[in-house]
Design a protein around this ligand. Structure first.
Ligand SMILES: [Zn+2]
Ligand SMILES: [Zn+2]
Length: 162
């Protein structure tokens, strides 16, 4: 459901210079292979996953998201591609990778940080870095099973900075 992400972006359109920004899910995104004119931002937040086999649900503070964004400044059209990395159940042998479910609040926080990156990259605004410690406290705590995490397999978890 890209609509929750889309509306979180639309809420901040005044920060995006009233340009039109569109959010698209794209599971084919590969990190660090970026087309010219595009920028990459890796972030993460808490999300819930549900196993479609046993219906078990679990939370992960390391649900990683990769954003690619691009502004066509002549038309005022921006595009944000989002890949949300999946995780799979550790109890089921044939478990499949499941999509994360992010709460609206967590989407808001992710989009807030993303918009800041967009303002710096696409609009060349000189924004001071956020106070990271207050935002990322505890994010990397808790057990994290790499073999069940798609982002780990793609090298995203180890590269995720703030
Ligand atoms: Zn399961
Ligand atoms: Zn991971």
């Amino acid at each position: 459901m890209a609509s929750m992400w889309d509306s979180a972006v639309q809420k901040r359109s005044s920060e995006l210079h009233q340009d039109t920004w569109q959010v698209i899910f794209d599971d084919s995104i590969i990190i660090n292979s970026i087309a010219p004119g595009w920028f990459q931002y890796i972030s993460g937040s808490f999300a819930r996953f549900t196993c479609s086999l046993c219906r078990r649900s679990w939370g992960s503070a390391r649900a990683q998201v990769v954003f690619l964004f691009h502004l066509n400044s002549s038309s005022g059209q921006g595009t944000i591609k989002v890949r949300r990395f999946k995780q799979k159940c550790k109890n089921c042998t044939d478990a499949q990778m499941e999509d994360p479910f992010f709460s609206e609040d967590n989407i808001d926080v992710l989009v807030e940080r993303l918009v800041k990156k967009i303002r710096m990259r696409c609009y060349r605004e000189d924004l001071a870095e956020m106070n990271r410690s207050s935002i990322f406290d505890g994010r990397m705590n808790g057990p994290h099973e790499s073999s069940h995490c798609e982002a780990c397999q793609q090298g995203v978890c180890s590269q995720a900075t703030s």
